[in-house]
Design a protein around this ligand. Structure first.
Ligand code: ZN
Length: 358
């Protein structure tokens, strides 16, 4: 019920059209410490509609400055935004004034959405949307909102809210409250915008299980991304017991955890060869612990010094790998039963499993 009343309130918005391409300069000057006078019109990418106004701005509340600072920190970029308050716009917008990136918001709108949604994430998601406009370069042409830009800013909002700890529902809440049901000339419908926020949130979530490959130090990527048994098993063991280390078949997975001393790691098994299933059993979708037999990369392995440090660098959560393993080691009786040793490792591109057939 709360939501319905609020939607009614918002339908009384005055949509400020902004199709003219006036590129009037914006002269802002400070008349006193608490008020900025904007003498000519300012046009911007509004959250719910295109904005063109000619009024005064007030300094932003500390709380809102802090939220902006927090959002921007998750982008890794400097916070070079000026934030102002304008409590008559029933909106928030991003624009450039005097070559500075500006965000203007209505504190009444923020109070309302927070009250109706019972969460401060609604205001955060609106501010994130406006920051998304700036970071995507949408404000540079000074033309304001177009549908494609809006979806890009929505996607960023969902993306960064995940990083900040919001649930998907919290990331979507503001749009559910105040998004326009139908497409307008400048803004896509609520349904499309909710999809964009969701897509951003999902992408961010998926990144937890991805990590980019560093560029190989030379053009022979196999030297640095492929680790054969001669490199990860002590060579005396290999020579004395060659049959023990025969190929059991390929496995594919994502590293989920790595020991600090690189003696082992955990991997979520995504796919496996028929050969391995016959040799052992199907372990797809299981979390599996692996040990590395030669963790110190001593003289008795075939691993070059650079390869060894690269292996450490590559063993990190999120990495996609193809690998082989063998249970126990020769001459250990049953003491190492259930302990699996890595005999082959190949590092795969971050998007590898996205391409695998289901
Ligand atoms: Zn927008």
């Amino acid at each position: 019920m709360k939501n319905n009343i609020f939607c009614l309130l918002l339908t009384s918005f005055i949509f400020l059209s902004c199709k003219q391409e006036s590129k009037e300069g914006i002269n802002s000057e400070t008349t006193n410490t608490s008020e900025v006078v904007v003498q000519s019109k300012v046009k911007g990418c509004g959250y719910t509609s295109l904005i063109e106004i000619e009024k005064n701005f007030l300094p932003a509340e500390d709380r809102v400055n802090q939220i902006v600072e927090n959002i921007v920190s998750y982008s890794g970029l400097p916070n070079n935004f000026k934030v102002y308050r304008a409590d008559y716009i029933n909106n928030a917008f991003a624009t450039i004034i005097d070559n500075e990136r500006v965000i203007v918001y209505d504190s009444k709108l923020f109070n309302d959405v927070e009250w109706y949604s019972d969460t401060f994430w609604t205001s955060v998601s609106i501010l994130a949307h406006e920051i998304g406009h700036h970071l995507s370069g949408h404000t540079e042409d000074n033309l304001g909102s177009v549908p494609l830009k809006e979806l890009e800013a929505d996607k960023f909002s969902g993306y960064v809210l995940y990083k900040m700890g919001a649930t998907k529902e919290q990331a979507l809440k503001a749009m559910k409250l105040i998004g326009s049901v139908n497409d307008t000339q400048t803004h896509p419908s609520q349904t499309k915008r909710l999809q964009a926020i969701e897509e951003g949130w999902d992408n961010s979530n998926n990144q937890r299980y991805k990590s980019a490959l560093p560029p190989a130090p030379n053009y022979l990527t196999s030297d640095f991304y492929v680790f054969k048994k001669e490199m990860v098993i002590n060579n005396d063991l290999l020579e004395l017991n060659p049959s023990w280390f025969e190929d059991n078949g390929d496995l594919y997975g994502v590293i989920t955890e790595t020991d600090n001393d690189f003696r082992g790691f955990s991997v979520r098994i995504i796919n496996s060869s028929e050969q391995f299933k016959k040799y052992f059993r199907n372990i797809e979708d299981e979390d599996w612990g692996l040990s590395i037999e030669s963790p110190h990369f001593g003289s008795n392995t075939e691993m070059c010094h650079a390869c060894a440090s690269n292996l450490k660098y590559l063993l990190q959560p999120g990495r996609r790998i193809k690998f082989k393993m063998v249970e126990s080691l020769p001459d250990h009786g049953t003491s190492l039963n259930g302990v699996w040793f890595l005999t082959y490792l190949e590092v795969l591109p971050a998007n590898y499993f996205d391409k695998l057939p289901k």
